[in-house]
Design a binder for this molecule. Structure first.
Ligand SMILES: *Cc1c(COP(=O)(O)O)cnc(C)c1O
Length: 425
């Protein structure tokens, strides 16, 4: 489907992903010369003849491999659609992944991928804290299918985590390590290198323990887990990738072999993205690097300002890690920027935090993140309401915390808004 990299057609120069986001994989001559990929709002595709239809199905259902001069054919939009295929090819560029799949939500990406790759009796090891939807899926839904899960804390050492896996009595059934890094809302980092090593330890000749990461907070611009040995990268594309708070979507990227399984399960579950969602995300990818870069620049200034404010007790932001901090080395190794998520504790409790949130004007009081507009919320009572209180305390997630997703507004306007809100307490 996709055209070969333009970089290879015209010169030896390898273009950067941000240069390819406007054109990669799209041939205008196949769409009346339209400079932008249209929305292929169609459920089905016409075959040239019955022989072609038969050939497309043989490949789609894995009855035979793709011939050397053959292209996968378009059949039906639950199986494939140009808006999804071109988008998937573009999403792969940032991480240099072999293949990708897009979904109608981040949760659809996570649930479809995990259900395809695990089976009853398996053990899933995951980091804590984890996104509420994933948390519920791991702890309550997988259990119904006989798949067990166990969580580890960001401050646990490799030895402690290995011990934890062994303590379950199911270490021979460890099938996947799933992490979220940086963790929401505390920005704790999970060491990818350590996870790959643990997976290696529990892998055998005929069973590879897979590593998967929810890279929603920093990726795809500022974190490339496949380059650190991870097998799968998952996204809520609703956040930075979509970036305009106007679409719910998800993605999974990784090797051809794994994605082949994920995509065929996706077509059975019916969790693929719609053509319109695919088109919206392609629009968004064009400005992804620009948005994330500006958001990160804004966040750096806002975090430095918050860090000096007398009414702010603590700021949780990767850019404030110092040489010698436990997570500093991990940060240097696996992150290209601190990103644009900041959490901070106000002096006081829920009452004070609510007062600040209610007084914000430019910054909108809403969950979700990664969009052009700045958003603030109260993790304790909102996004992390279902997490048990003891676990919340263990990870410094208390009633005085506010989470801020920094947008693309002028940073002085954002600071002025926080300043007037903090004046209310
Ligand atoms: C939002 C989010 C999800 C879920 O994505 P949806 O697109 O809402 O389904 C998963 N993980 C993280 C880290 C998120 O922020």
């Amino acid at each position: 489907m996709a055209a070969k990299s333009i970089s290879k057609q015209k010169s030896k120069r390898v273009l950067k992903p941000e240069s390819l986001m406007m054109s990669y994989g799209y041939k205008p001559e196949l769409s009346e010369g339209a400079v932008k990929c249209p929305i292929f709002q169609t459920s089905t595709f016409v075959f040239k003849n019955a022989e072609e239809g038969k050939a497309f199905f043989e490949v789609a259902y894995g009855k035979r491999p793709l011939g050397p001069h053959e292209k996968t054919g378009l059949i039906y939009s639950r199986i494939n659609n140009p808006d999804l295929e071109i988008l998937e090819n573009r999403l792969c560029l940032w991480d240099e992944a072999e293949d990708g799949a897009v979904f109608e939500s981040g949760m659809a990406a996570i649930t479809t991928t995990v259900l395809e790759l695990l089976k009853p009796g398996d053990l899933l090891l995951h980091s804590e804290p984890i996104y509420g939807g994933s948390d519920h899926f791991f702890k309550h839904i997988l259990e119904k299918f006989g798949i067990h899960s166990i969580g580890f804390m960001p401050n646990q050492s490799k030895e402690e985590i290995i011990k934890l896996v062994k303590s379950t009595g199911k270490s021979d059934r460890l099938a996947m390590i799933f992490i979220e890094s940086p963790a929401n809302p505390t920005n704790d980092l999970i060491d990818m290198k350590m996870c790959v090593e643990i997976a290696g330890l529990f892998s055998t000749k005929d069973k590879k323990v897979l590593t998967a990461i929810d890279n929603t907070f920093l990726g795809p611009v500022f974190s490339h887990p496949l380059k650190h040995g991870f097998d799968l990268v998952l996204y809520s594309a609703t956040k930075y990738i979509g970036g305009h708070s106007d679409v719910i979507a998800g993605a999974c990227i990784g090797s051809k072999a794994l994605l082949k399984r994920v995509k065929s399960f996706r077509s059975i579950m019916g969790t693929m993205a719609s053509p319109n969602t695919g088109w919206l995300l392609m629009r968004s990818l064009e400005t992804l690097k620009m948005r994330m870069t500006l958001q990160a620049e804004n966040a750096e200034k806002i975090a430095a300002w918050l860090n000096k404010h007398p009414k702010v007790e603590k700021v949780y932001y990767l850019g404030l890690l110092k040489k010698g901090d436990k997570q500093y080395e991990t940060y240097k190794r696996q992150c290209l920027s601190p990103g644009a998520m900041i959490s901070f504790d106000v002096k006081g409790g829920e009452k004070k935090a609510f007062k600040v949130l209610n007084a914000m004007q430019l910054i909108k009081l809403a969950v979700s993140l990664g969009s052009t507009e700045s958003l603030a919320e109260h993790p304790y009572s909102m996004t992390h309401a279902p997490v048990n209180d003891e676990l919340k305390m263990k990870m410094n997630l208390t009633e005085k915390m506010i989470r801020l997703s920094v947008g693309v507004e002028n940073y002085e306007d954002i600071i002025a808004d926080i300043e007037q809100a903090l004046e209310k307490i």
